[in-house]
Design a protein around this ligand. Sequence first.
Ligand code: CTP
Ligand code: CA
Ligand code: CA
Length: 526
Amino acid sequence: MSNNRIICLVDMDCFYVQCEQRLLPDKWGKPCAVAQYNNWGGGGIIAVNYEARAFGIKRGMRGNDCMKLCHDLHIFPVPAKNDKADLTRYRDASSEVFQVIDEYIQSLEKENKVSEQIILERASVDEAFLDLTKFINSKPLKLPDIQDLEAFNTKLNYNDLSLKEWIEQIKVRGVYNEQHLQLIMGALLVGRLRQLIYEKTQFKCSAGISHNKMLAKLTCGKNKPNAQTILPMEGVPTYFESVRITDVRSLGGKLGKQVKEMFKIETMAQLNQISQFLLNSSFDSSTAKWLHQLTMGIDDEIVTNRKLSKSIGCGKNFPGKNALSKPQDIKHWINVLCEEIFTRMENDRLTNKRLANQIVVGFSTAKKANSSKSINLDLVGDQYPKTDYIASKVIQTVMTSSEQFEPFQNLSIVATKFTDIKPDQFKTTTIDKFFKKTDIPKQNNSKLIISDEMEKSKNNNLTTKIEEIRDFDLCAQSKLDTDGDKVSSKMESFFFRKILSLYDFNNQNIYKMEFENESKEQQIVD
Ligand code: CTP
Ligand code: CA
Ligand code: CA
C-alpha cells in the first residue's frame, strides 16, 4: 500500500542565518544572509532568511549584489579558522536540535509505555525524517482539535482546500478515512515537536507530513517558513503539475536532468504522462518502474534509524589564482584539513562510540573535476592512528596520483564507513589500554602539572574525558577513578612525564595536562 505510512520531514528554516541571529538577537526579524569566507564581491551567499528573500536575494549571489537589492541587509560572515570556513557553530546548533528531537521521541514513547516505535533519520545538518507509523497505529484514531493544529500553523496541500474545509468535509461525510486521520494526528505530534525545538533552541522550522519520504520532503517546502503542510495522496496529481522533476529528492542529480532532457519536460505531472513503454525503452525496467511510481507519489524508501551523520567531512576551495600548484602548499592544506577532521573524528569516537574505516580525499583540477581516492584507515583495535599518520597517507595518495602536476582548485577529506565500537571494547580503549598496571612501587616525587584552565575546570566541577594520549610508551600504575566515561581528577597514579589531552564536554574545550615523574629509568616501553 502506498499510503499506509505516516512520514514527516522536519527542516530548519534558513538554518545558518538563524544560528547567527541567535548570537546577535537584535537581528531577528531583519533581512539577513550568511556569506562564505571569501571577500571577493562581498562573499558568496550560502543562506538567506525569509525577510531577505522578499528582496530577491538568493543563495549563490555575491554579497555586494545583494546589498544593491536590499540596503538594510545584514551579512554574517561564516566563522573562519586556519584560513578556512569553520562550521562548528552550525554543527553544534544542529546537535542541539537533534537532542531535542531525540528527547521528544523518548518522552512520547515513555508516555505510551512503548519503545523504538518512532524512527528518526538524520537527513542533513538541518533536517530529519520521522516515521510515526507504528506509534500512530498504536493509538486510538482521534481527530485533534483544529485550534491546536492552527496554533502550529498547519496547512493542507490538496487543491486549494484549507485544512479547516478539508476537516469539515471529512466530518460531513461522516466516514473517517483512516489515512486522513492519521496524517492529522501526525501533524499534531510534529507541531508539538516544532514548538519544543523553538522553546529550547529559539530556532523555527517547517515540516511536511505525508505517506513517504519524497512527499514529506516536497510538501515541507510548500509553506516555509515556520509552517507545516499535510499532503494527502489525493493532493498529489494537482500538486505534481507544479513540482519540477529536479526538485524531487532522488531526482536532484544526473538522472533527473537526463529525464528532463530526454523527454523535454519539466514537471512530475508531465513525467507521469510518459508511457511505461517509452520509459522502458529508455531505462532498465526497474528504474522505469520506479520512475513511474514516483510520478504517482509512490516511494517505498524506508526511514532508516540513524541519528548520526553518515560521514564527517571538511574541505576548501582554491578558486582562480589561488589554485594550489606547489607541493608544499598542497601538503600544508592536507595537514590543516587532517587536523580538523581528526579532531572531529576523535570527538565523534568518544561521543558516539564509533570509528570511521575509510577516508575519501577529493580534489579538482582544471582538467578534471571531482577526482577522489579512498584510503582505508588501518585501525589498530578501537583507536584511530595518529593525525600525522593519516595526513602522510593522504599526502602520499594525492601526490602520487597523476593529477599532481595540475593545480588543485579544491581539496576535501571525508571520513566514512562507520562501525560501532562494542561497549566492552570501548572501556578498555579509553583507559586500561594505556594505563598498564605494573609492580613499580609508588613514587613520592611524581609531579602533576595542571594547566590553569584545568584548575578552573576542576573548580567548576566540569566533567572531563580522556581524549588522546599522545605518546604510547606511557607506563603508569594508575587508579584513575572512572565513572562511565567520565574521568575524575582523583589521580593517585604516577606518570613518567606524559601529556594528556582532556576534552571537556560541557565547554567543548581541549585541555592539555602534563604529568611528570623524575624516575625515568623505570619507564617500561610498550
Ligand atoms: N548550505 C550550504 N550550501 C548549500 C546548501 C546548504 O552551505 N549548497 C547550508 C545553508 O547555509 C543552510 C543549511 O546548509 O542554512 C541548510 O540548508 P537548506 O535546508 O537547504 O537551506 P536553509 O538555509 O535552511 O533554508 P530553507 O529555509 O529553505 O530550508
Ligand atoms: Ca533548511
Ligand atoms: Ca535542509
